[in-house]
Design a binder for this molecule. Structure first.
Ligand SMILES: Nc1ncnc2c1ncn2[C@@H]1O[C@H](COP(=O)(O)OP(=O)(O)OP(=O)(O)O)[C@@H](O)[C@H]1O
Length: 255
């Protein structure tokens, strides 16, 4: 198997808090992998270390055989790793379509002169950007609202827009941080279908952090469970559901 994303023994502390200790995770070609665990277990910190938001204290992140540990965020995006955030991050004052276009824009390579003179090359690339952004909006089911203000959309739509923005950077691996947070049961089922569709259509690997077990168990090929910054268990959904340590960790948190 082509292991696209290999995280080896990463660690990160914030002051005295050991947020992540010696965690190793592998995400294979076209796999859907999940990271679960009680609040404060270190899940988002793992995403922040992969995507270059924080430098690691220890360990390495390898992507398609290349060591990308501690690279700047924009180079990690350019290498093919995209992410969404727990708290929705959309641009005010831009339409739904423009929000996707701004995500794709840094991926376009035209120079300052093209930009200043609005050369045919620049106009062609802008057109391509628009078509591509419309494609991703269609994929997530938001074509009908492309000219609207995203902040007038229901929460579930805003989450889909965030996913479209991440897809517009052409990822090979998509990191979704709590995509189901704040969604009702019907919206979660809709999101499960959308993630399956994205996976099938784009042939990408997807890593999901979420607390909604119906989503995790339906989608994941492999699950990593974190607890207090450490890896507690890894395995298939069935193995994780039958793991006593995992049950205890969740019961301890009142889940
Ligand atoms: N920037 C930071 N500065 C200080 N402490 C941090 C920072 N980021 C995370 N932490 C701490 O690291 C630990 C792990 O946090 P993290 O957000 O990774 O957990 P999580 O598993 O994603 O939790 P949740 O499910 O609640 O989102 C927590 O104790 C948190 O307070």
């Amino acid at each position: 198997m082509d292991n696209r994303l290999v995280i080896k023994n990463i660690a990160k502390s914030f002051g005295g808090v050991k947020a992540v200790q010696d965690i190793s995770i592998e995400v294979g070609h076209q796999q859907i992998v999940s990271i679960i665990g009680p609040n404060g277990a270190g899940k988002t910190t793992v995403f922040n270390l992969i995507s270059g938001i924080y430098p690691v204290d220890q360990g390495s992140v390898t992507f398609l055989g290349e060591n990308i540990t501690n690279r700047p965020q924009h180079l990690i995006t350019r290498a093919g790793i995209a992410r969404t955030f727990q708290n929705i991050r959309l641009f005010k004052g831009l339409t739904v379509l423009e929000n996707v276009m701004t995500a794709h824009d840094p991926m376009i390579r035209y120079n300052l002169l093209d930009s200043l003179l609005a050369t045919p090359k620049k106009r062609r690339m802008d057109k391509e950007n628009q078509q591509l952004s419309e494609y991703y909006l269609d994929l997530v089911g938001l074509s009908a609202v492309k000219d609207e203000d995203p902040f007038n959309l229901p929460y579930g739509h805003q989450r889909k827009l965030e996913i479209a923005r991440a897809l517009a950077t052409y990822p090979k691996v998509l990191l979704l941080d709590e995509p189901a947070a704040g969604l009702n049961t019907v919206e979660v089922q809709d999101l499960i279908k959308l993630i399956e569709k994205i996976h099938r259509t784009l042939d990408i690997s997807i890593v999901i952090i979420d607390h909604r077990m119906e989503l995790i168990m339906d989608l994941s090929e492999k699950i990593y469970v974190l607890n207090f910054g450490k890896l507690l268990a890894e395995g298939t959904p069935e193995e994780i559901q039958n793991n006593d340590d995992v049950t205890k960790a969740y019961i301890g948190e009142g889940y």
